[in-house]
Design a protein around this ligand. Structure first.
Ligand SMILES: [Fe+2]
Length: 187
């Protein structure tokens, strides 16, 4: 069955703020959405209670059909900060259709893309403005803000790929990125 013919369109991206200029589907994750993901659970609870459950990361997604043939794209922005000594990060996910890739173009900030496969391979790539990270099929991916500014990126992936948060939540990523006395530590 073919797709409906859709009208082409364009949107603008504010390359300084790392957000879309036009309204988009806005998804927000606060610190309280991140329970179970950081090593220091007490530090996360303190962050939630003492700083009024701060914004953690958000996506601005173009509303498109989640059908094979289309591409989904969004701008994703992660706030700077740490939970204990662990840098703010996204939950991370595999794709529901695991053999689908994703491309990330870093717009602002500094960070890294942490990736792993279900058979135990682990890789990371630095993210700085203008740098593109290619996440091949089968790799779970999480972005981590290691800098002092918001880390934002433009992301594109097959529209029918879907998200699988459950497997990586159970497995965890083998490496964490920490800030200790101003120094980045990966362990
Ligand atoms: Fe993805």
């Amino acid at each position: 069955m073919g797709l409906l013919i859709m009208q082409p369109f364009s949107i603008g991206i504010d390359m300084i703020e790392g957000v879309t200029r036009e309204p988009a589907r806005h998804n927000v994750r606060r610190a309280s959405d991140m329970r179970g993901y950081y090593r220091d659970e007490d530090a996360l609870e303190r962050l939630i209670s003492e700083r009024n459950d701060p914004l953690h990361y958000e996506t601005f997604e173009a509303p498109l059909p989640e059908e094979s043939g289309h591409l989904l794209f969004c701008v994703s922005r992660i706030q700077p900060g740490a939970v204990g000594d662990e840098c703010f990060m996204t939950k991370g996910h595999y794709h529901a259709i695991a053999h689908t890739a994703e491309v990330h173009l870093c717009l602002t900030g500094r960070g890294c893309m942490m990736m792993k496969t279900s058979d135990g391979r682990c890789a990371s790539e630095m993210m700085t403005p203008g740098r593109v990270v290619y996440v091949p099929p089968y790799w779970a991916h999480r972005s981590i803000n290691t800098g002092r500014e918001p880390l934002s990126m433009f992301c594109v992936w097959p529209a029918d790929a879907g998200h699988n948060y459950g497997d990586i939540a159970r497995e965890g990523f083998p490496k964490r990125v920490l800030l200790r006395n101003g120094e980045l530590v990966v362990q």
